[in-house]
Write a protein that binds this ligand. Structure first.
Ligand code: HEM
Ligand SMILES: *[C@@H]1O[C@H](CO)[C@@H](O)[C@H](O)[C@H]1NC(C)=O
Ligand SMILES: *[C@@H]1O[C@H](CO)[C@@H](O)[C@H](O)[C@H]1NC(C)=O
Ligand SMILES: *[C@@H]1O[C@H](CO)[C@@H](O)[C@H](O)[C@H]1NC(C)=O
Ligand SMILES: *[C@@H]1O[C@H](CO)[C@@H](O)[C@H](O)[C@H]1NC(C)=O
Ligand SMILES: *[C@@H]1O[C@H](CO)[C@@H](O)[C@H](O)[C@H]1NC(C)=O
Ligand SMILES: *[C@@H]1O[C@H](CO)[C@@H](O)[C@H](O)[C@H]1NC(C)=O
Ligand SMILES: *[C@@H]1O[C@H](CO)[C@@H](O)[C@H](O)[C@H]1NC(C)=O
Length: 331
């Protein structure tokens, strides 16, 4: 856990702030971070008309096989976008002369779904070689996963291209750690142009999927803002030492349904991660948690809008980057 950390973003926008180039540049940066130049949902209409149906059908197969895969695919899109933008950098394998992001603390022994991504990509390549980017694949697969598990739908903006680089260092600094307090979480998201409401909405992704014992051990043994019954029930599968890889659901109520139970859990002090419970700990975000706890529709609307914004983080478009034929390697 000591390897988890966060730091200030090193985006060009923050550098401009420091050097004080003025208000117009500042505005340009804010707008630029929020709305990149992605195209609409018809981007592959003529070049790969079946792209979206190929992805949806393969995601559906994967989820029927293992419901958790929907959670794993959603998380891949998040860990992609928070590290140098949504450019599929998260998918690159390490080689003798290339270091990717897979061994970063938030990713190692944790991210999953790479085989499903490979399957989808090979189907896309069979149908329309060299057309659909791995970054768009992740964005569409995340949306389809949420829909299949009962959550909201949204129109995925397309036209992302794939990076020729990755950053182990940025994966370690820019992906928020579960040890963060509310102020650390707010900073981590604000470094990506995402506000407090978007932090609370996007954290609702933890209504699906599992976490390893090592990520919540300190909470269930040592924290006081936790439901005692809940903590006791988790300890058997997460001993004080050992069992680091044992998993428990992030939302014990309905771990394979995308609903607002995550927020009801927080109200009952049943957040699994330290970072989860920080959103409802007598602080400034409690009211947002209450809103989502009593109104699933508001959560769904806000989640969809926030993930569209997250999905537009510094994409490579036009002639920048590549369309990888194998998501694990640079062509
Ligand atoms: C707010 C800050 C966040 C923190 C600190 C955080 C941290 C974590 C941690 C520690 C795990 C468990 C990893 C493991 O056991 O190896 C996890 C799982 C997960 N996270 Fe987050 N996360 C955050 C935000 C998000 C966001 C924004 C999304 C997506 C929009 C997301 C989606 C998921 C999903 C779906 C899982 C379960 C994955 C699976 O079962 O394979 N998380 N997260
Ligand atoms: C293409 O784009 C149009 C709207 O521009 C849309 O109605 C249609 O469903 C899209 N897909 C295909 C395969 O034509
Ligand atoms: C890395 O090694 C591979 C062969 O393993 C080679 O094809 C590639 O050009 C090398 N890349 C760089 C940047 O040296
Ligand atoms: C956890 O699983 C990973 C493989 O996913 C393995 O390398 C590691 O040794 C395991 N750790 C423990 C403590 O069992
Ligand atoms: C949050 O965490 C940071 C870094 O660990 C610490 O400096 C700060 O005092 C904490 N804030 C609160 C309100 O606990
Ligand atoms: C709980 O806190 C104590 C005292 O700080 C520490 O020694 C112990 O390692 C912690 N236990 C866990 C599981 O984090
Ligand atoms: C603890 O969780 C149980 C359900 O598991 C709930 O009935 C109870 O109200 C919760 N306690 C607190 C203090 O929220
Ligand atoms: C908030 O404050 C109240 C009153 O001091 C306390 O009972 C409660 O445990 C605190 N924590 C949370 C998460 O509500």
């Amino acid at each position: 856990m000591a390897a988890f950390s966060y730091s200030l973003s090193v985006s060009p926008c923050n550098i401009s702030f420091r050097y004080g180039f003025g208000v117009s540049l500042l505005l340009w940066c804010v707008v630029g971070m929020a709305s990149a130049q992605l195209s609409g949902q018809n981007f592959y209409n003529t070049t790969c008309p079946n792209a979206l149906s190929i992805i949806r059908s393969a995601v559906n197969t994967a989820i029927q096989n293992e419901a958790r895969m929907g959670a794993s695919l959603l998380r891949l899109h998040f860990h992609d976008c928070f590290v140098q933008g949504c450019d599929a950098s998260v998918l690159l394998d390490d080689t003798a002369n290339f270091t990717g992001e897979k061994t970063a603390a938030p990713n190692l022994n944790s991210l999953r779904g790479f085989d499903v991504v490979d399957t989808i990509k090979s189907q896309l390549e069979s149908s329309c070689p060299g057309v659909v980017s791995c970054a768009d694949l992740l964005a569409v697969a995340a949306r389809d996963s949420v829909v299949i598990l009962g959550g909201p739908s949204w129109t995925v903006q397309l036209g992302r291209r794939d990076s020729t680089t990755a950053s182990l260092a940025l994966a370690n600094t820019d992906i928020p750690a579960p040890t963060l307090n509310l102020s650390g979480l707010l900073t981590s998201f604000s470094n990506k142009g995402l506000n407090a409401q978007e932090l609370v909405a996007l954290s609702g992704a933890h209504t699906i999927g599992l976490a390893r014992c090592t990520t919540f051990r300190a909470r269930i043994y040592n924290e006081t803002n936790i439901n005692a019954t809940f903590a006791a029930s988790l300890r058997s599968n997460c001993p004080a030492s050992g069992g680091d890889n044992n998993t428990s659901p992030l939302d014990a109520t309905s771990p394979t349904t995308f609903d607002n139970a995550y927020y009801l859990n927080l109200q009952g002090l049943r957040g699994l991660l330290h970072s989860d419970q920080q959103l409802f700990n007598n602080g400034s975000t409690d009211s947002q948690v209450n809103t989502y706890g009593s109104n699933q529709g508001t959560f769904f609307t806000d989640f969809a809008n926030a993930i569209i914004k997250m999905g537009a983080l510094s994409p490579l478009t036009g002639t920048s980057g590549r369309i990888r034929t194998n998501c694990r390697r640079i062509n």
